[in-house]
Structures are given as C-alpha cells and as structure tokens.
Design a protein around this ligand. Structure first.
Ligand SMILES: [Fe+2]
Length: 200
C-alpha cells in the first residue's frame, strides 16, 4: 500500500477573506418595496422606527446591565425579572429592525451608532442601588412609550397599518407590562408589620 500526502487544494475551496466594497444602501435611504405604500410613508416610518430601535436596544442593554449588577435582599427575583425583560426587549428589537427592512429602509445596528442616536440617558459604568436601577428603567420605558404612541398615530394617519400594529400590539403593550412589573418594586410597602389603619 502506497502512502500519499494530499497537496492539491482548488482555490475556490478556500474562503475569500478580507473583502471590502462600497455599501449597497445608505442609512436613511429606502429602496422600492412592492407593499402598496408610498415611498414617503415608508421613509418616514423607517426613520421613526430607527429612533425607536436605538432606544429599545439601549433599554434592552440597561436590563442586562442591571441583571448582572443588581444587589441586596431582592437580588434573586430581580436578577430573574431583569433577564426576562431583557429577552422580551430583544424580541422587540428584532421585530422593529425587521419592520424597517420590510419598509425598504436600513436598520441601525451597532452599539456605537445606537449610542449616538438614543434618547435614553447614559448610566454610569459602575453599580447603582436597586431603586436607582429601577428608576432608570422606568425613565427609559417612558421615553419609548411616548415616542411609540406618537409614531403609532402617525403610522395610522399614513395608512401604514403594519407599523401601527407593531407599535400598538407589541411595543406599547410589552413596555406597559414591563413598567408595571418593575415599578411595583418601588412601592414602599411593609415587609412584616402592616402599617395601615384597621377598619374593623
Ligand atoms: Fe445571566
């Protein structure tokens, strides 16, 4: 039996790495999409959704920061709650980004670009106390909810039902739910002794 060392490699079998070229669609532009919506409507919806996307990505990341950095007696339930909300905000990020692409637009994606666009105030790198963490989350949710309501009204006026439905059914309802679940942790209720007045 003869031993042979394989040496032949066809060039097309190797990955062609290091390639660069001009981008094929500029951020802020829209390509034609046959979805029976005017270009101006698609452009306006895509621009609005990109602002919402930047703020939702930031809110999502704020939840992961707090998931990691939370402390104190409520560590365990908040650690889990923050991650649940992170996952649900991640789903919203995907829905919003893909809606922008469906409209013919270009979704904002990378963190440096998101940081330049977002309206959510930047938190410090270090850890903060639970009430501060939750207050930051509620502030971010309200920014998202305020713009989502405005955008939903504009999309309805323009006949962009798909965007309106995404904003109302997914973005607004999910964020309202998150505000409730996070906000109840800032109610200063008694843990052992009831302090309300007995009525009987
Ligand atoms: Fe984790």
């Amino acid at each position: 039996m003869t031993k042979s060392t394989p040496t032949k490699v066809v060039r097309s079998a190797a990955p062609l790495t290091g390639q660069r070229a001009h981008e094929i669609q500029a951020f802020g532009s829209v390509v034609p999409m046959p979805i029976a919506l005017a270009e101006a409507t698609r452009r306006e919806s895509a621009a609005s959704l990109n602002q919402l996307l930047a703020d939702t990505i930031t809110l999502r990341d704020l939840y992961k920061k707090h998931h990691w950095q939370v402390s104190g007696p409520t560590f365990y339930p908040l650690h889990l709650l923050f991650d649940k909300h992170f996952n649900e905000q991640s789903e919203l990020v995907d829905l919003i980004a893909e809606r922008i692409m469906m409209l013919g637009g270009v979704s904002i994606a990378m963190s440096a670009d998101v940081a330049e666009m977002t309206l959510v105030p930047r938190p410090p790198r270090g850890r903060e106390e639970v009430p501060v963490q939750i207050s930051r989350l509620l502030q971010a949710h309200e920014i998202v909810l305020k713009e989502a309501r405005t955008m939903a009204g504009q999309a309805a006026e323009e006949g962009d039902d798909g965007t309106n439905d995404l904003l109302v059914s997914s973005v607004i309802r999910t964020n309202e739910m998150h505000v409730w679940f996070a906000g109840e942790h800032l109610v200063d209720g008694p843990l052992v002794h009831a302090d309300g007045q007995a009525t009987e």
